[in-house]
Ligand binder design. Structure first.
Ligand code: G3P
Length: 216
């Protein structure tokens, strides 16, 4: 399973990139708003200069024609830009046109297997089931990830990759990996939680203390 970083924060992306384990970044308008900027182009170009892998950039238009135009423009910002499009009838229509132009699309706001199936049929490179938001309303978000993967496996010609998104804690990441998600996109704080373990910290302290006791 690949790990993407789910943020538009440049400092966090720089720090995570140094770890050498991040293969892409996903953004959305809400994440941009947290950075108090509406300059999506500058932020995207900066992220793409740090991360060579796929960087998902969301369209704001709601009708198919405008989505296509916006996607073409945003895809021109950098070679590794992927376009995030919400799964609606207009989104699928736009997806179908963009896939013929080799523009990679991440179909987002996925909350059902049917939405994931239709996204794959329209030629999506990625589909993003939002695990945490389903959990929020009392549904089993990770079950959706498992079901999508099971259905895709029945049809090997479908090449759409599943990005487990809206992940809120490290257990979500383990469950996504067990489910066979191709990618987990995680907020920076969750990435840090994935690294840390109190026994590792205690172990380091003990090793150093034992070493000091004999190396005077
Ligand atoms: O990748 C999607 C993600 O940004 C949504 O997360 O926590 O707003 O549901 P959240």
């Amino acid at each position: 399973m690949h790990i993407f970083l789910d943020t538009a924060n440049i400092d966090q992306i720089r720090q995570a990139a140094r770890l050498g384990i991040i293969s892409g970044v996903t953004t959305n308008p809400s994440l941009l708003s947290k950075e108090a900027t509406s300059d999506y182009e500058t932020v995207t170009k900066t992220i793409c200069s740090i991360i060579g892998g796929p960087v998902s950039v969301e369209v704001l238009a709601e009708d198919a024609e405008s989505m296509i135009e916006e996607a073409r423009l945003k895809a021109s910002w950098a070679p590794n830009v992927n376009i995030k499009i919400p799964i609606t009838a207009d989104g699928l229509q736009a997806m179908t046109v963009l896939s013929k132009e080799n523009i990679k699309v991440n179909m987002t706001l996925c909350f059902s297997v049917n939405q994931a199936l239709l996204s794959a049929l329209a030629g999506a490179t990625y589909v993003s089931p939002f695990v945490g938001r389903l959990d929020d309303i009392g549904h089993d978000g990770m079950q959706l990830v498992k079901d999508i993967i099971d259905v895709y496996k029945n049809y090997p010609h479908l090449s759409t990759q599943v990005i487990a998104a809206s992940l809120r804690h490290p257990l979500h990441c383990i469950a996504a990996a067990k489910a066979g998600a191709h990618i987990a996109t995680v907020p920076y704080n969750v990435l840090m939680q994935m690294i840390q373990h109190p026994l590792t910290d205690i172990g380091i302290k003990r090793f150093l203390a034992d070493w000091k006791s004999v190396s005077k």
